[in-house]
Write a protein that binds this ligand. Structure first.
Ligand code: PMP
Ligand code: GLN
Length: 382
């Protein structure tokens, strides 16, 4: 007899990213779906990794991460946000941002706890909550501004609320939180037992001169937060799957208890290389304007199509409605576009647990100009 599994995630299928990228490959479509750059990463960083491998940095680093990298990160946090972080007790290097979020949730959640999640939500959040036996309390971002309705947040907070997950700049919409949002967040959590999980993987991918509202800027909020980052997004190497989490010493101690028996420690050569490469501040300071040019190039070309773009102030992404083109649901439409015109996108209904379909699709513009141009030429034919 083959043993059967009582599924931990009975309602979950294969992620939309894998589905749409698979379909793009199958139909040789231009992939503006899954978020990854198609241009090369920095050559100096590549050479550094190769050098340190040849120099022998190929064995385990400490479970918390390579200390010089944690020190460089603490310096970066102090430079960017004016907050002093202990590299020893407050930073842990993780295999990507997704893992950092999962570990933070696993660290704090007990069965029956509630976690407030804003939808559309990056697709790992709700499964990460549910696999821990907790309940995701879903709050819709207002459509089409994708702003948070804080009155609604106050309405759903209960004694069981254990965390609120925020994500700015936001995937899939490109919406960003402002200072007023932070004040509202503070008023919701002050004096409660609620943690903040802040997904800041698009920290530097923010446009139009807007300042990123990192939780790291606010010591009173950092006390109750796990702030999660991804090197993949900063250095155009999403396949490296390397990130980090910052938290208060006490909470980081618990985070590490979970981390040490799951991953233990991350890829050594990339940590050693990044420890010195992080000192090149322009590499991350110029990323926002570099990606903004791509967003603007995409927006400009899209005028020739019948799609109506919504606002994007950050991330790799911009969303669009297609009411003038079709009445199909967004999944059907995205699949048909991939097959018939050869452009893959992501249907935004995949980011709602109940499949709410506002007929919106997500484009990734973190691509070479040639890729964007070729894709939009195809999009103009529909
Ligand atoms: N959060 C969001 C919102 C993301 O878009 C991504 C990108 N995949 C991640 C987390 C995770 O990044 P990583 O690949 O480092 O796990
Ligand atoms: N973050 C990327 C996106 O939103 C991809 C992540 C993934 O493939 N899991 O497209």
């Amino acid at each position: 007899m083959i043993p059967s599994i009582n599924s931990k995630l009975p309602q979950v299928g294969t992620t939309i990213f894998t589905v749409m990228s698979g379909l793009a490959t199958e139909h040789q479509a231009i992939n503006l779906g899954q978020g990854f750059p198609d241009f090369p990463m920095n050559q100096d960083l590549l050479n550094l990794v190769s050098d340190v491998m040849h120099k022998g940095y190929n064995q385990y680093v400490p479970m918390q991460g390579y200390m010089p990298l944690r020190e460089a990160l603490a310096e970066k946090v102090s430079f960017l946000y004016g907050t002093t972080i202990s590299p020893d007790s407050q930073i842990t290097i993780t295999p990507g941002g997704t893992y950092a979020i999962y570990t933070a949730l696993t660290t704090i959640l007990q069965p029956g706890d509630e976690v407030i999640v804003f939808e559309p939500a990056y697709d790992s959040y709700i499964p990460n909550v549910e696999i821990n036996g907790a309940v995701a309390v879903r709050v819709n971002l207002e459509f089409p501004s994708y702003k948070i309705n804080w009155d609604e947040v106050r309405r759903v907070i209960t004694k069981k609320t254990r965390a609120i997950i925020i994500n700015s700049p936001h995937n899939p919409t490109g919406a960003v939180l402002n200072e007023l949002d932070i004040q509202q967040l503070r008023s919701c959590v002050e004096g409660t037992n609620i943690f903040i999980i802040s997904d800041e993987v698009y920290e530097h991918l923010i446009f139009d001169g807007i300042l990123h509202q990192s939780i790291l800027k606010y010591p009173d909020l950092l006390e109750r937060a796990f702030v999660c980052f991804s090197f993949g997004k900063v250095y155009n190497c999403t396949g490296w799957k390397l990130g980090y989490c910052i938290s208060a010493p006490e909470t980081m101690k618990e985070f590490r208890k979970v981390h040490q028996f799951n991953c233990f420690c991350c890829h050594t050569p990339s940590q050693v290389a990044l420890a010195s490469f992080l000192k090149e501040r322009d590499e991350y300071l110029e990323l926002g304007s570099f990606m903004q040019q791509k967003r603007d190039y995409f927006i400009d070309l899209m005028r020739a199509t019948r799609f109506e773009l919504l606002n994007s102030s950050g991330s790799y992404f911009i969303t669009a409605t297609y009411n003038k083109i079709s009445e199909e649901g967004d999944k059907d439409f995205a699949i048909r576009m991939t097959k018939e015109i050869g452009v893959a996108t992501i249907p935004v209904s995949a980011f709602y647990k109940d499949g709410t379909d506002n007929k919106v699709i997500r484009f990734c513009f973190a691509k070479k100009e040639g890729t964007i141009k070729a894709a939009v030429e195809r999009l103009a034919t529909i």
